[in-house]
Design a binder for this molecule. Sequence first.
Ligand SMILES: NC(=O)c1ccc[n+]([C@@H]2O[C@H](COP(=O)([O-])OP(=O)(O)OC[C@H]3O[C@@H](n4cnc5c(N)ncnc54)[C@H](O)[C@@H]3O)[C@@H](O)[C@H]2O)c1
Length: 370
Amino acid sequence: MKLLVTGHNGYIGSVLTDLLLEAGHRVVGLDTYFFEDCTFGPDSAAVPAIRKDIREIHTCDLEGFDAVVHLAALSNDPLGSLNADLTHAINYAASVELARLAKEAGVERYMFASSCSLYGFAGASVLAEDAPFNPITPYGISKVRVEEGVSRLADERFSPTFLRNATAYGVSSRLRVDVVVNNLVGLAYTTGQVLVLSDGTPWRPLVHVEDIGRAFLAVLHAPREVIHDQAFNVGRTSENYRVSELADMVREAVPGSRVEYAEGGGSDPRSYRVDCSKLENTLPEFQPCWTVRQGIEQLFGAFGAQGFSRADFTDGTFIRLAQLQRLLREGRLDEQLRWRALGPRPESIGAATGEQSEATVNHVRSPHTR
Ligand SMILES: NC(=O)c1ccc[n+]([C@@H]2O[C@H](COP(=O)([O-])OP(=O)(O)OC[C@H]3O[C@@H](n4cnc5c(N)ncnc54)[C@H](O)[C@@H]3O)[C@@H](O)[C@H]2O)c1
């Protein structure tokens, strides 16, 4: 299949792109490259790519694709809260418009990276896909609204699917340490302290970043009738943990580390457990390979192999909000998170024909690398 993957240069996108290529698909990326230089270890395979903001997509960008995999977003609660209007414009309005244009261009499938954060405050119940939405952040609200808006476009020619990912963990060439497991392992490795900012009671469903990739592949390969206009929780029902349990697992894996609770850390209202059985029952191809314990070991090994330092942990390269704030402070991004022209700007590669070579992509540099 020929696939357009938006946000292919991000944490999940970098891993997913490699999995899609391994499965024999043709991948074209589309990204504004907020995190282009934020690499951890060897980079993922280069693919032909469109250097563009998703707010500026046209039908011609989408012609000739069998499916759109839509990951690009301001992609966690802190980023989503930076500016609620921007979150609305990028995460919601541009995502629904992307789906509308994809349908207009004859693309038959649209896979959306939704999030379990749309369940929001849910206490200790284990939520299946029919649970009520209760988002409590602009980020969570944007995911609900995209699902509602894109679902209205579903018909016999256009099949959207909503993958409600649990919180990701694990190694990626665009590593993030602003997701809970990666954060706790990074802290333990670089400071010896597993610092929990809440009281540790909130529940979180967790999923390895590679298993998210496997879920997208399973949806892509599934017959239309089982994925048409469906939502799936992505993770494993057995992998819901309280933050305190995660901290204890990290302490056990990182020699010499200890768990500490930040003073005044109250209970985090974002607390939910999810039931992921629909995905496994509907799509037998989906075989998750990772547990949180294995992911902690993987991260610990990778931090050692890369000589990850305390400065690496804190300088913001692997923290999305800090990276965007740096680009804003340095005047590279304007307040709408659009790149400012800093001299001659490379042309977007334009409508992807699939004919651009990897070399072409490698020669296009983002404004912030100049
Ligand atoms: N990481 C998680 O734990 C998690 C959990 C649930 C859902 N998700 C969803 O999965 C998707 C991918 O998440 P991620 O963790 O890889 O995020 P990420 O922040 O690492 O990557 C997002 C990518 O989108 C690009 N992007 C952002 N705004 C853009 C714009 N306006 N135009 C073009 N490109 C833009 C960024 O440059 C980046 O490469 C997001 O939609 C996110 O909400 C992530």
